[in-house]
Design a protein. Structure first.
Length: 257
C-alpha cells in the first residue's frame, strides 16, 4: 500500500473547508505539523476566521527556556484548546525520558490544559504520567500505533493501548486508522481491534480523527469518515455520535460559535 507522510502543498482554510464539506465533516481540530517547530500562527488564523469550523491544539517545544511562559500564553490564547506533543522521532523521543518534559505535566495539570500525545514506543511512560497526575487530561494519538502496527499487528497494538484504559484521565484518538491496514476500504482487518479499543475506553473517551494530511492514497477523506459511520456494524446511534465528535468536544471544552 502506498503511503504519504503529509500533503505536498499545505491547505489553506478555504480549501480545507471545501474538502470537509464534501466529506461530511462539520468541524476540525487543527494540529500544526511538528516540522514547523512550535509555530501555531497559521492554524490560529484559520480558527479566528472560521471559529465555527476550526480550533487548535498547539505545538510547544518543551526544552526551550521560554516554554513555561509560552504554555501560560497558550492557555490565554483564543481558539487554543490544548497542547499536542510528539515523542516518536529521534529529535523528540528523548525529551520524554531525559527530564526535559518533567516540568510540563504538573504545569498542564494546574492550568487544566488537555494534552494530545504521540509516543507509541513509550506508552508505559504515558501511563505512569497519567497515574501521577490524575487531574491531567491526556489523549493518546493514533491509538498508540506506529508504522509497525500494521494488519495482524493491530491486535497487539490494541492490547498495548488498552493497558491505559484504566486511567480515567486518558482518552484515545482513533485517528489515522486506514494507515494501519494494507487491505482496501473498509479496512476490515482493523474492525475487531477498533471494537476492542472503543469498548475498553468507552465511547466518551474514544475520539474519531482522520489525520487527513497522511491518509493513504487508498482512502479518501470521505472514506475515513464512512469507515466509522457506515462500516463498523457495532457502532450505532448515540454511541456513534459520541465517537464522531461529541466526546472530543466535551473533553476539549470546544463550543463552536
Amino acid at each position: 500500500m502506498e503511503k504519504r507522510a503529509h500533503l505536498p502543498v499545505p491547505l489553506d482554510a478555504e480549501t480545507l473547508i471545501e474538502r470537509m464539506d464534501a466529506a461530511g465533516i462539520d468541524g476540525a481540530v487543527l494540529v500544526p505539523p511538528s516540522l514547523e517547530g512550535d509555530r501555531n500562527d497559521l492554524c490560529l488564523a484559520a480558527a479566528a476566521a472560521h471559529p465555527n469550523r476550526f480550533a487548535v491544539m498547539g505545538r510547544l517545544l518543551l526544552d526551550k527556556p521560554y516554554a513555561p511562559a509560552r504554555l501560560q500564553e497558550m492557555k490565554r490564547t483564543r481558539h487554543m484548546l490544548g497542547v499536542r506533543l510528539t515523542f516518536h522521532r529521534d529529535n523528540d523521543r528523548p525529551l520524554l525520558t531525559n527530564g526535559a518534559a518533567d516540568w510540563f505535566w504538573p504545569a498542564a495539570e494546574r492550568l487544566n490544559m488537555p494534552v494530545m500525545v504521540h509516543a507509541p514506543e513509550r506508552l508505559a511512560h504515558i501511563a505512569s504520567i497519567a497515574g501521577r497526575h490524575p487531574g491531567l487530561t491526556l489523549i493518546v494519538d493514533h491509538m498508540g500505533f506506529n508504522r509497525q502496527t500494521m494488519d495482524e499487528e493491530a491486535k497487539a497494538g490494541a492490547d498495548r493501548i488498552l493497558a491505559l484504559a484504566r486511567y480515567k484521565n486518558v482518552s484515545v484518538k482513533l485517528s489515522a486508522a486506514p494507515c494501519y491496514s494494507s487491505e482496501p476500504y473498509p479496512f476490515a482487518n482493523l474492525h475487531e481491534p477498533l471494537k476492542r479499543i472503543i469498548e475498553g475506553f468507552g465511547v466518551k473517551r474514544s475520539f474519531w480523527g482522520s489525520d487527513f494530511s497522511r491518509l493513504p492514497k487508498s482512502c479518501s477523506y470521505r472514506q475515513a469518515v464512512t469507515m466509522f459511520t457506515e462500516a463498523l456494524d457495532f457502532l450505532k446511534g448515540n454511541d456513534l455520535d459520541w465517537v464522531m465528535g461529541r466526546a472530543a468536544m466535551q473533553c476539549l471544552n470546544w463550543q463552536p460559535a
